[in-house]
Structures are given as C-alpha cells and as structure tokens.
Design a protein. Structure first.
Length: 451
C-alpha cells in the first residue's frame, strides 16, 4: 500500500554558515503560527539542529541520512510526517557536499535526500559582499544535477534596498524565483559554543528567539509562495519497514541529562517498536540505572563540561559498577569517555570517571575527529552479534591517552581508511559486559565492506 507524503521542501545553501538553520526555524515557527502542522527533518548526522526544530514545530524532528540509511529505512522514518500539512527538511553543509564513496542511498549530501524524496530545494544565500554574482552561484547550484529541483532562493544578509534590487535583478536574469530577502539582523541568531550550537534546552530565551525568527521570516518572505513550492514527491511503500535497530535489552536504562543528551529519536522509536521499555536516569543527579533494567546505555553529550560534578557522583559510579557485573553497559562518545578511568579537561585538570574501562581521554589539546564511520563488531554488543557491520558517525575533540582494553570493532571512515578509535570492551565473571565507542550508531549496514 502506498500513500503520498505531505508536500515538502528541503532548505539548503551553498555552504555552512549561511543562515539556513535560522531560516528553517523561522519558517517552522511561522507556519506553525498560521495553524499548520509542519514536520521537520534533518539531513545527515546532527543532534543539535533537530532539538531546535522540535521546539519550533511542536513535532519531533527526525534525521534522514542517505549514507547511513537504505531507502526503505528512510521511507519508514518519513512516516513521522503522517498527519502533517507540510514537510520542511534542513540540509547540512552545502547542497551537494557529501563523501567520496556512496553509502546506503547516496553520499550523505542534502541533494541526495532531495532527489530521493522528491522535495524541491530552497536555497538560502548569504549575499553579503556580492550582488549579481549571487545569481551565478544559485544558477550553478540549480543546474548541477537534473534530478534536483531548485524552487527558489531566500536572500540573507541584505545590506540595503539598493543591494536587494541588484541581487533580484541578477536572479531574474537567471530565471530564479526570489522567495524572500532578509536584512542583516543579529537579534535572531543562535549563539554558538563548544562543539557548535548550544542545545535547545540550554537557551532560556529559546521561545523568544523562535518567536523573533518567525516574525523576521514572516515580514521578509513570501510564505504563500514558499508553501506553494512544496511538492508531495515520492510515494512511500508502507510495507517497507526498513532496517530496524535492535534494542540492547528488554528494559533499557538510558542516561539522560545535560551531560548525556545525544541519542537519535529513531533509535528510541525502533527500540520501543520492538517492545523495549526506556528507563531514563540522570548521572548528574547521582542516579544509577534502574535495578530492573536488562541493559544500560550512556549516550553522547558533554561530559567534559560537567566533569567535576560527574567525578563527585559516587552513587552513580557505584550503582553503575554493580549493574555492569551482571548486565551489559554501553557508552557512545561522551558516554564512552564517562565509562573510562579519567578525563582531562581543557585546563589540564584530571577528573575521575566510572572506571569500568581503561580509557583515558584529554581535552588539553583539542583535535577534531569528524566523519562517517563503518564498523565491524569484534564482539557482541548492544543487541548486535559479532561480525555485524554498523554505520555511524564521529564528532569530538578528545584525544585518547590510553585505550588498553580489547577493541570493540574494526572501524574505517567513509573512504575506507582505518580509524584508531576502535572502541573498547570488557567482560566480567558475573556475565556483565561494558563496551563503548566514539562513533554514534545510526543503524546496521545493509551494503558495504571495510576494504
């Protein structure tokens, strides 16, 4: 059985930093204020933007990733749009930016997702420092791939009416529709910190920022024309459920607070669909995993920003140690670091961690680790058997000082190059197991190898 998707658009740009997140949030909030149900999506691996999408739209934003997800999985996740009037997906980086070697459905580029889903693209262009040349850039993007339709452009950082007139003249000559022109404004910008944008729950002024963004977009964009540009695109097959992500246990204790917040909604949805119960707890509140849980999962996040407080949480540490003697515990990125012996903060201070793995990490010398990861498990882990091929991504600035335990997996990047962050695993006499990795799981791989 097939049903048409609600009409949708993908908001993209020539590059990062053009303002597409602010525009996306403004559009989500503006259409919501008109009484529309708007379903947000995010192209590619990202934990931060979807939290803002969710706040702006009042519907949970879902990541769709063409490198990590097969078409059937993307179709299944797109069901989140059921009942919506409009779909707005935010792209990542530049429209055609992806990796060199395609994955499950593409190279991870926003254009791949637009083509797969049949969503026209709206380009957000930072026109500061240029005029008619902006049209040449937009025209190049519009003609680069015949399977990607550019519906129009929104001009950002317009300096004056004269500047806008010049840019519009160029767009008209290029046959491109201008759907909005946003003057330079600082009061609707999202602040940046640490790994990137601050998390939604960390902004006390979030609702005011979203309200300002909605007014800003409403006053300077043609909302009826933007909505009219949306297309229903590809029909999905309701019988194609896609690849599920096995639950690590029947009752999963999930660390969830300001230090451990990076978990993808599609993972939790998949676990619940399999009948798993999610039992949140807060390490920062010195809580341990629920004793009735059959597995424990520590997501990524910012343990380095809360290291002194975590180090003082003796109740969390002892409860987790007792739990791990008989049941599996797994940590991703920040959760992995928290399972280690110690974490050295940016100022050089070492903070005690849970001590369930031998891992020692440091932020004293920041080094960025970023990119897709393909991992073949060397040991069973988190519901997956030995030899399972997994797709995920890595983004952190930590340096590994010591990683003495058995490797969890063989890991390569999207180009097939070996990655030193292999993860770690320890087994305990009572049947428990502690494992961790720097890569964030997106899902099992259906194609690909480590060559």
């Amino acid at each position: 059985m097939t049903r048409p998707m609600p009409p949708g658009l993908l908001i993209s740009a020539p590059a990062s930093g053009t303002g597409k997140t602010t525009v996306t949030l403004g559009l989500l909030a503006a259409f919501r204020a008109q009484g529309l149900q708007v379903q947000p999506f995010k192209s590619g691996p990202d934990y931060i933007d979807p939290t803002f999408h969710t706040a702006a739209a009042g519907r949970v934003s879902v990541n769709l990733d063409t490198w990590a997800m097969p078409p059937a999985r993307i179709a299944a996740l797109a069901r989140a749009a059921e009942g919506a009037d409009l779909v707005l997906a935010e792209g990542s980086m530049g429209l055609f930016d992806g990796v060199a070697r395609p994955g499950e459905s593409g190279a991870g580029a926003s254009a791949d997702l637009a083509a797969l889903m049949g969503w026209p693209v709206i380009l957000v262009l930072d026109v500061s420092g240029q005029a008619q040349t902006a049209a040449a850039v937009a025209m190049g993007l519009a003609r680069f791939r015949p399977d990607v339709q550019v519906a129009g452009v929104i001009l950002n950082k317009v300096a004056s009416p004269r500047h806008e007139a010049l840019v519009r003249a160029g767009m008209e000559a290029a046959g491109l529709t201008v759907l909005g022109a946003l003057p330079r404004s600082a009061h609707v910008a999202l602040p940046e910190r640490h790994l990137g944008l601050v998390q939604a729950e960390e902004l006390p002024r979030l609702m005011q920022i979203l309200s300002d963004a909605a007014s800003f977009v409403t006053d300077n964009c043609d909302l009826p024309a933007i909505r009219a540009a949306a297309r229903c695109g590809t029909e999905r097959n309701d019988e194609a459920a896609g690849t599920t992500v096995p639950a690590p246990g029947e009752r999963v204790a999930l660390a969830r607070d300001a230090a451990f917040s990076f978990v993808y909604p599609h993972l939790l949805t998949s676990w619940r669909e399999q009948g798993a119960t999610i039992l949140p707890f807060s390490p920062l509140a010195d809580e341990g995993p629920d004793p009735s849980a059959t597995a424990c999962w520590l997501p990524g996040g910012y343990p380095e920003l809360h290291a002194p407080r975590l180090a003082a949480c003796d109740g969390f540490r002892s409860s987790l140690a007792e739990f791990s003697r008989t049941r599996p515990v797994h940590g991703e990125c920040g959760g992995y670091m928290a399972l280690g012996q110690g974490l050295i903060a940016a100022d050089g201070t070492r903070h005690r961690m849970a001590g369930l793995l031998g891992l020692e990490t440091s932020f004293a010398k920041r080094r960025m680790h970023l990119g897709y990861r393909l991992a073949r498990l060397a040991q069973p882990c988190a519901g997956f058997g030995t030899g399972t091929l997994l797709r995920g991504h890595e983004f952190h600035y930590a340096t590994i000082l010591s990683q003495p335990d058995d490797p969890l997996a063989t890991v390569v990047d999207a180009n097939g190059q070996a990655v030193e962050e292999s993860g770690s695993v320890r087994h305990f006499v009572g049947g428990g197991m502690v494992s961790g990795s720097f890569f964030h799981l997106i899902g099992p791989a259906s194609i690909g190898d480590l060559s």
